[in-house]
Design a protein around this ligand. Structure first.
Ligand code: B4P
Length: 186
C-alpha cells in the first residue's frame, strides 16, 4: 500500500496514537501529522504560535478551533500530504471535524477511515506518568481525560454515522495494536 491513504487516529491522551501514526506512516509511505508535535515544536521554537499555546497545553485544555484550523490547513496544503496522511490528534472537536471535511472537499479528497484506539483510563494515567512530559503530571492528565470525554468523544458517533469509524482495543503491545489497526483498515 503506498500513497492515497487518509486516516485519522482518534483516542484518549496517551492511547498510543502518536506511536501508531509513525509506524503506519512508514508502512504506507505518507506523512504522520501530529498536531500535538507541531504545537510542541512551536513552543520549543518560541514562535508566536508557541507563545500563544504554551499555557493552554500545560493546563490540559485544548487550543482553540480557529488556531488549529490554520495550523492544519497549512500543513495539509504541503506537497507531501497531497497523496495522503495519517492524522494524529486532529480533529478533537466537532467543529474541527467539519473544518477537516471542508479542507478535504476542496481538494476532492476524502477520509478512508477513522480509527479509535481505546485504552482504559487507569492504563492511560500510568503511561502518561511514565512518559514524564511537562503536560503529563497526574492532575493535568486527569484534566486532559475530562476534556477528551467532553469534547472529543462525541466524534465517535459523528464518524459512526458516516460509516468511517473502526474501533481498535489499544490495551496490548505496540506491535499487536499495530496489527489490529491494519486489520481494521484493510
Ligand atoms: P497530543 O500530542 O496529541 O498528546 P497525546 O494524546 O498524549 O498523545 P498520544 O495519544 O499520541 O500518545 P503517544 O503515542 O505519545 O496532544 C498534546 C496537547 O496538544 C493537547 O492536550 C492539546 O493541548 C494540544 N492539542 C493537540 N492537538 C490539538 C487539537 N487538534 N486541538 C486542540 N488542541 C490540541 O503514547 C503515550 C505513551 O504511551 C508513550 O510513552 C508511548 O511510548 C506509550 N505507549 C504507546 N503505545 C503503547 C502500548 N501499546 N503499550 C504501552 N505503552 C504504549
Amino acid at each position: 500500500m503506498a500513497g492515497d491513504t487518509r486516516l485519522v487516529l482518534l483516542g484518549p491522551p496517551g492511547s498510543g496514537k502518536g506511536t501508531q501514526a509513525e509506524i503506519l506512516a512508514q508502512r504506507m509511505g505518507v506523512p504522520a501529522i501530529s498536531t500535538g508535535d507541531m504545537l510542541r515544536e512551536a513552543v520549543a521554537e518560541g514562535s508566536d504560535l508557541g507563545r500563544q499555546v504554551e499555557s493552554i497545553m500545560s493546563s490540559g485544555a485544548l487550543v482553540d478551533d480557529d488556531t488549529m484550523a490554520e495550523v492544519v490547513r497549512e500543513r495539509l496544503g504541503r506537497q507531501d500530504a497531497a497523496k495522503g496522511f495519517i492524522l494524529d490528534g486532529y480533529p478533537r472537536t466537532l467543529p474541527q471535524a467539519e473544518t477537516l471535511e471542508s479542507i478535504l472537499q476542496r481538494s476532492g479528497a476524502e477520509l478512508d477511515a477513522v480509527v479509535l484506539v481505546d485504552v482504559p483510563e487507569e492504563e492511560l494515567i500510568s503511561r502518561a506518568v511514565a512518559r514524564g512530559r511537562s503536560d503529563d503530571s497526574a492532575d493535568v492528565i486527569r484534566e486532559r481525560l475530562r476534556v477528551y470525554r467532553e469534547k472529543t468523544r462525541p466524534l465517535v458517533e459523528h464518524y459512526q454515522e458516516r460509516r468511517l469509524l473502526r474501533e481498535v482495543d489499544g490495551y496490548a503491545s505496540i506491535e499487536e495494536v499495530n496489527r489490529r489497526i491494519l486489520d481494521a483498515v484493510a
